[in-house]
Design a protein around this ligand. Structure first.
Ligand code: ADP
Ligand code: MG
Length: 690
């Protein structure tokens, strides 16, 4: 049960003054549903303003507060044009206060003719005229702005304004209780971190590295602790020893010998599965390293021991592809394998559910649908989670622990994430690494080409597909704006289709699953030669005959993502090419990314570089997918603090008896509150008495 002291923070935002149905929607959009969400909605930056007596004392581009007297209201001449209020400073300098669209409605009222007002905003120049576009504040009394010389800037959604969000945050701050300290006092003292109560106030008031770092540490610590409790609970559970007698694996006819790394991983996994304690292992291997066959060997071991195995894929496309692949491979063994996705309905679904319940189906491949309540297994012995490089794996691992006997779990990731990130994401998990690629892979010829040469690139794509080969064309995903992304992908598709005709297919996240699958199928079968796509093709898609990839605005992608995307080509025997189309204006980081991509194909190296370059406060997890686990912690925080947080969490568990069923003492109690506060309830759920 959530400690009562947190109740005010878990109240809905509607309980705050001024929040009605109209504000609810834009707040929801930002994920601000409860009071606590506002507390952790940290400013993206701060504006610092200078108070000046007149405009002569200010620089163009500067944020200022200045007293002005209103001289003229100039209505917008056309609907598109802005409305302007002209005003003079004490020396007679004229400045236009410019309002576009609806923003102009209130301006006349706020700025009556002949009156003096204090105006806060960024001073710009428009032609010969000084102007302030959409002033941040217009007030009658200078005192109202004197404490606003440093102001937070929050992420907004349509229908919200900075002052509105700021005032809601202040209300939320007013409701926060003073909580007992959960950080080790020695650490707190050494780092000179403020307590939680003060830290929150400070991060909303101005740049404050210590306060921010403390809150970031809270997140890392809470996550580490929750994962540790999962881990401990796992250790307490009874699984089943699945030895495997080799009968089925013996019948397997693989077209290639396993690599050394594959053999080693299979041994590690089967060694774990032979134990009664449920396995919790991560298989890390670059794209194309051959994780599927390793998973298959593990799944066969389960079936050989009379248990069932399930493979969870993140998308329908991948589930289908795995199913086809595995079905072909297990054919000589006589193993029964089924595909189950959210789209299976009626009789077909019923018969699969029956088969899983009575045990006539040995293996199932599917999306999360395979873990719905209605799906019951006779004896689920192994769960494989594919392409699980996204945050949120923790909950999934838990999901798999529902059964009577806990199944063994193998998580697979194609992102060769560095150790500190493994720690942050999975906690202290056993790791097997496929650090050796199957033989015969050709390096991918990677080139960086300016967008100005689009025509040449399109022509090259044309020659490629007319020569009978296949290609990908990847359109960028812009953060926070799925709509424009889609428009871009659709527009590009239209252009290419006009040029190349029916040979062009299109997939993106918003397509109906049937349409998406049909388009994918057209590409896989070779009927379509060019696949235009957003990053939905990032994970796992395997079409070995595709040997050319164009990535538009490649500088917008992270290194890890580019690496994943590029991994879609170079899978067959033929030489592959990857063209990174870059925009005209390239940041330093963008430039470095593209250079690295050209230089190396080593996933582990790219991952390390990625981590280094992500400085600059980039959050973990992607906003895109909306499942970022941390609100405050950045990659830098993880690199700096994750190991400390893990040690701290471990000590706390050990001092509480060590078996992970309780958190005792004042700090233990405080940490328990923290888990609720930061929504690591799934960790607390494992404690005795919740
Ligand atoms: P990933 O690790 O990206 O999931 P896959 O399991 O899809 O990689 O394997 C990529 C390709 O490599 C597949 O076509 C697979 O058949 C092939 N492959 C896997 N292991 C070997 C091996 N030991 N030797 C040669 N080819 C292999
Ligand atoms: Mg794979």
């Amino acid at each position: 049960m959530r400690p009562e002291v947190l109740n005010p923070l878990f109240a809905e935002v509607e309980t705050l003054d001024g929040v009605g149905p109209k504000l609810k929607k834009p707040l929801d959009k930002l994920g601000l549903e409860r009071v606590r969400d506002l507390l952790f909605h940290l400013p993206e930056r701060f504006v610092a303003r200078r108070s000046v007596a007149d405009l002569d004392a200010a620089e163009v581009g500067e944020n200022i507060v200045v007293p002005l007297t209103v001289t003229e209201h100039r209505a917008a001449p056309t609907r598109r044009a802005p409305m302007r209020v002209l005003a003079q400073d004490a020396k007679g300098n004229v400045c236009a206060l410019t309002y576009f669209g609806k923003a102009g409605y209130g301006a006349k009222k706020d700025l009556p003719l002949g009156e003096k007002r204090w105006v806060a905003g960024r001073l710009d120049q428009y032609g010969q005229m000084l102007q302030i576009v959409h002033p941040d504040h217009v007030v009658e009394d200078s005192a109202a702005l004197s404490d606003r010389l440093c102001e937070p800037v929050y992420r907004l959604s349509e229908g919200l304004t900075q002052p509105r969000v700021a005032s809601l945050v202040q209300q939320a701050l007013g409701r926060r209780p003073n909580l007992a300290e959960w950080i080790d006092p020695a650490l707190l003292a050494r780092e000179v971190w403020p307590g939680w109560f003060d830290a929150l106030e400070r991060v909303h008031a101005g740049e404050d590295a210590k306060a921010r770092e403390r809150l970031a540490y809270d997140e890392l610590f809470a996550n580490a602790l929750a994962l540790m409790l999962v881990r401990a609970s796992n250790r307490r559970r009874k699984g089943q020893s699945l030895q495997g007698d080799g009968v089925l694996t013996g019948k397997l006819v693989l077209p290639f010998p396993l690599t050394g790394a594959q053999k080693r991983s299979v041994e590690e996994i089967r060694g774990d599965m032979a134990q009664e304690m449920p396995m919790l292992r991560l298989l890390q291997g670059d794209v194309g390293a051959g994780k599927t066959v390793v998973a298959l060997m593990a799944m066969l071991a389960a079936v050989e021991s009379g248990a069932q195995a399930a493979l969870l894929a993140p998308t329908e496309i991948l589930a289908r592809q795995h199913f086809e692949n595995l079905r072909a491979m297990v054919r000589p063994t006589g193993v029964e394998i089924a595909l189950l996705t959210g789209r299976d309905k009626g009789k077909a679904r019923e018969s699969i559910l029956m088969g899983l319940l009575d045990g006539s189906i040995d293996m199932v491949v599917g999306t999360h649908a395979i873990f719905q309540e209605t799906v019951q297994y006779r004896n689920l012995g192994l769960v494989v989670i594919d392409e699980q490089h996204r945050f949120g794996v923790n909950q999934r691992l838990l999901l798999t622990q529902k059964g009577r006997r806990t199944p063994h779990t193998l998580a697979m990731t194609a992102t060769p994430i560095p150790r500190t990130l493994v720690l942050a994401e999975y906690g202290e998990m056993d790791v097997s690494r496929l650090d050796e690629m199957p033989p015969g892979r050709q390096p991918i010829d990677t080139r960086v080409v300016s967008i100005e040469r689009m025509e040449d690139v399109a022509a090259a794509v044309g020659r490629h597909i007319e020569g009978g080969q296949q290609a990908y064309w990847v359109c960028p995903m812009v953060r926070d704006s799925e709509v424009t992304d889609l428009a871009a992908a659709e527009a590009r598709h239209a252009v290419l289709k006009e040029r190349f005709g029916a040979a062009v297919a299109l997939v993106h996240g918003q397509l109906a699953p049937e349409v998406k699958d049909a388009e994918m199928a057209r590409f896989v079968s070779g009927e379509a030669r060019l696949l235009v796509a957003t990053t939905v093709i990032e994970v796992g898609v395997d079409v070995p005959t595709a040997t050319l990839m164009v990535i538009e605005q490649a500088e917008r992608f992270g290194l890890a993502q580019l690496h994943q995307l590029r991994g879609r080509v170079g899978r067959g025997a033929d030489k592959s090419t990857c063209i990174l189309l870059r925009g005209e204006e390239l940041s330093e980081v963008g430039k470095k990314r593209l250079t690295l991509m050209r230089e190396t194909q080593d996933g582990f190296r790219l991952a390390e570089e990625d981590l280094d370059m992500r400085g600059g406060g980039e959050l973990l997890g992607t906003r895109q997918s909306g499942d970022s686990v941390f609100n405050v912690a950045t990659f830098e925080d993880v690199a700096r603090w994750q190991e400390v947080a893990n040690d701290d969490a471990r000590l706390l568990v050990e001092h509480s008896g060590g078996d992970g069923t309780s958190l005792t003492g004042a700090r233990g109690e405080a940490a328990r509150t923290l888990l609720y506060l930061l929504e690591r309830d799934w960790g607390v759920a494992l404690l005795r008495g919740g």
